[in-house]
Design a protein around this ligand. Structure first.
Ligand SMILES: Cc1cc2nc3c(=O)[nH]c(=O)nc-3n(C[C@H](O)[C@H](O)[C@H](O)COP(=O)(O)OP(=O)(O)OC[C@H]3O[C@@H](n4cnc5c(N)ncnc54)[C@H](O)[C@@H]3O)c2cc1C
Length: 354
């Protein structure tokens, strides 16, 4: 089966990888650079957080997150063996902390999880006192309370995107970058020159690039800062409950920490605002004062592709599959969605000859 995939972000390259392993002949079209994709996948923090997302997402996101958490270790293992590069998939859990004055928010967070998960919540989260917090995160000495969420993970998402690209090349996927396309049943149409190339199936993974075709898709602006300091190091993603600004700090293998993220109902892709920089910095300082001397080595802005109910979708018409709406859950739900894409293509991806 000859398949064209439009969009070389997270969903496009993961789908291309699984489908070529399942025996398809795949061509991947990317509007920008495949080496450094312009999509949300590059800006993302790479957290796989079914529990923290459950508080403000539909239950289906949690379910898809658990499904993906089963798939990621197997897929990462295959990619690491093929590439010889570690992808730093950490099943180290995550931690939520709050200062004493914001303890009520932490209580509410725990109640919300208990209400949604019932008795299962008890084995998913461990309330921590000051000693428990600093035992898990030695640099967090000044928090009297926290919650440890053991079933959360994170990965080095930029490394993953690079390794996937190398694998696609090695497996003979046709890689066409700097080439924006429109998607039709059985064909892609190149923006430049209007050439129409036909395939047995087209899979549209263009994220926000599909807005003209995907009804109701909206972009949600997210801004992050990447900071570097030798003063603070975390073992896992840490979230701060703050009355005004929600904050996460995700430590990366290169010693940097991704700080995020704003969530603004806007499709403005201009650089990070001064206000967002101040709010993220202020919350970061509240997480640990030593961050004051950290260096901001990067800021990044992108749009999360979202649907009205914030659920991802796979739509099928003869000769065309549209997959989109991963919103803030690309790494959380990506593998589960790729499975549905493969089913829609009529291909089974859990092959044994990897
Ligand atoms: C600040 C921020 C933080 C995030 N953190 C996390 C996180 O910690 N965990 C998590 O699970 N998710 C996170 N996300 C969400 C995640 O990044 C997205 O859900 C995911 O990237 C969506 O994947 P995608 O492949 O559908 O879209 P994208 O990653 O946006 O990729 C779409 C690709 O399609 C290409 N394209 C567009 N138009 C065309 C065209 N006409 N022809 C060809 N190619 C085209 C684009 O150039 C792009 O490369 C975050 C997002 C943001 C913005």
């Amino acid at each position: 089966m000859r398949i064209a995939i439009a969009g070389g972000g997270l969903l496009g390259r993961l789908s291309a990888w699984r489908l070529v392993l399942a025996g398809a002949e795949v061509t991947l079209f990317e509007a920008g650079s495949l080496a450094r994709p312009a999509g949300a996948c590059w800006t993302a923090a790479g957290m796989i957080s079914p529990l923290t997302e459950l508080i403000h997402s539909p239950y289906e996101v949690y379910r898809m997150g658990l499904e993906s958490l089963q798939l990621w270790p197997r897929w990462i293992d295959v990619l690491e063996r093929a590439s010889g590069q570690p992808l730093h998939f950490r099943r180290n859990g995550s931690m939520v902390v709050a200062h004493q004055c914001d303890a009520a928010q932490l209580d509410q967070f725990q109640r919300d999880l208990q209400r949604t998960l019932g008795s299962a919540a008890t084995k998913e989260m461990t309330p921590l006192d000051a000693a428990g917090v600093s035992a898990l995160e030695p640099d967090l000495q000044h928090f009297s309370r926290g919650v440890y969420l053991r079933n959360e993970a994170d990965l080095d998402n930029r490394r993953l995107l690079g390794v996937l690209l190398d694998e696609l090349r090695r497996l003979g996927v046709g890689l066409v970058d700097e080439t924006a396309v429109d998607c039709e049943p059985h064909a892609v149409v190149l923006h430049k020159g209007g050439e129409r190339r036909t395939f047995d199936l087209v899979i549209d993974c263009r994220g926000m690039g599909a807005k003209a075709q995907a009804r109701n898709l909206r972009g949600v602006r997210g801004e992050v800062m990447v900071v570097e300091t030798s003063e603070v190091s975390f073992q896992r993603p840490v979230r701060l409950m703050h009355p005004r600004y929600k904050l996460y700090a995700v430590p990366k293998p290169d010693g940097t920490t991704v700080i995020g993220a704003t969530e603004i109902e806007s499709e403005d892709l201009s650089p990070i605002s001064l206000r967002s920089t101040m709010e993220l910095s202020s919350a970061l300082y509240a997480l640990h004062p030593a961050f004051a001397e950290s260096r901001i080595v990067e800021t990044s802005v992108n749009l999360r592709p979202a649907t009205p109910d914030n659920l991802p979708f796979v739509r099928i018409v003869e000769g065309l599959v549209q997959a989109n709406g991963l919103y803030r859950h690309g790494y959380l739900c990506g593998p589960a969605l790729v499975r549905r894409v493969a089913e829609a293509a009529g291909l089974v991806t859990e092959v044994t000859t990897e």
